[in-house]
Design a protein around this ligand. Structure first.
Ligand SMILES: [Zn+2]
Length: 368
């Protein structure tokens, strides 16, 4: 079954608390320019690959503003010390508009830095200790180039402290504008396309087996799951298929809306120590346990049909996630890492109680 999701109807019925304006665009450059004022001091945040591929020159050459600064050294899993250093660099630059152009790490960096600059929080720790209510004076535009984290819409951002083996969640940093332009995701390589879509799938499923789910989050999640089930393998086979790319982009956005209401749950709680200890990419770390968990929760409690569940299990099996995780760590190492540090704020969202036996059996089964 192929379901066409009407994004316009989703967008016209966003929750009241979401003040973000979304533009679905077939050309991101004029869309950016429409949001920027000529008096703006703009900070463009991206990763190095976009400078190499000419995007940074294209953007800086196209937009009309007072000043434009560029940060292009964001790397995966942004570190607390790195974001603190960015604050010091730009604290006196009177930035009025931040554009985060890239994947989840770029958007999270933009969100956290915007929260700091906007409220004069001089460090990430200070932002965590004195959370802000919302972004106020600095505009933040997110332009995702992967279809995964949903960071373009979620109000929270993850910051990592790898030296101390910790990760933090910064809250209330939702972007003021989002530009979705599916063409920007076409160059994404096979592995990155797969693991980012799996992150989106994990978000959708995690919002379903979640004690905080509600009618709206369930609706977003079901739509995201349908889009990914229908389009992930097509996209992997035909990377330039724009319709499929667009479906995955919409799915990531919808799944982001779903976890904006519920946050994530057990699969993400399991993923964090695994990513911190073995550098397993986030989308892989938070999805390799999905099949085993889906079997334990069952279709009815997931608010999915048995057919949808069977399709998901077939899809997940076909991707052989166990082999991919095994390249980073052995089962015993995964169990040790998870034993030491399971994020209670996420695990506690899971629909049933999380016991050491459940965790052990899920990881063992996932790696078989
Ligand atoms: Zn995630």
């Amino acid at each position: 079954m192929r379901l066409e999701i009407n994004m316009q109807s989703v967008l016209s019925d966003l929750p009241e608390n979401i003040k973000t304006k979304l533009v679905v665009s077939d050309d991101y450059l004029p869309s950016i320019n429409e949001l920027i004022h000529s008096s703006d001091n703009v900070l463009l945040i991206t990763s190095n690959g976009f400078t190499k591929r000419g995007y940074v020159d294209e953007i800086t050459g196209y937009i009309t503003c007072n000043e434009i600064h560029v940060i292009d050294d964001v790397t995966p899993n942004p570190e607390l010390v790195y974001i603190d250093s960015l604050y010091k660099r730009f604290a006196e630059s009177n930035i009025s508009h931040i554009i985060a152009f890239g994947g989840g790490s770029v958007m999270d960096t933009g969100k956290v830095l915007c929260g700091m600059l906007d409220n004069k929080r001089v460090s990430v720790h200070q932002l965590l200790e004195q959370p802000i209510e919302r972004l106020q004076s600095i505009a933040l535009t997110t332009i995702p180039t992967t279809s995964g984290t949903g960071a373009e819409i979620t109000p929270f951002a993850t910051v990592w402290d790898s030296v101390n083996g910790k990760k933090y969640s910064v809250v209330n940093v939702q972007a003021s504008h989002i530009i979705l332009h599916p063409q920007l995701t076409v160059a994404l390589p096979y592995f990155d396309t797969m693991v980012t879509a799996l992150d989106a799938l994990s978000h959708a499923i995690e919002s379903l087996w979640n004690v905080k789910r509600n009618a709206r989050s369930i609706c977003y999640a079901q739509q995201a799951i349908t889009l990914i089930s229908d389009h992930l393998l097509v996209t992997l086979d035909e990377p330039t298929n724009l319709k499929a790319r667009s479906a995955l982009q919409n799915a990531a956005f919808l799944a982001g809306l779903a976890i904006s209401e519920t946050k994530t749950a057990l699969a993400h709680a399991l993923s964090y120590p695994i990513t911190l200890s073995f550098n397993v990419p986030h989308g892989l770390a938070c999805s390799f346990t999905l099949a085993a968990l889906i079997k334990r929760v069952g279709a009815e409690r997931l608010k999915l049909t048995q057919e949808q569940v069977d399709t998901l299990l077939t899809l997940l099996k076909s991707l052989q996630l166990n082999d991919k995780v095994a390249k980073y760590a052995a089962v015993s190492e995964l169990l040790d890492a998870v034993d030491q540090d399971l994020d209670p704020s996420r695990a506690g969202n899971f629909i049933t109680s999380v016991t050491p036996d459940l965790v052990k059996s899920v990881i063992e089964e996932s790696m078989k």
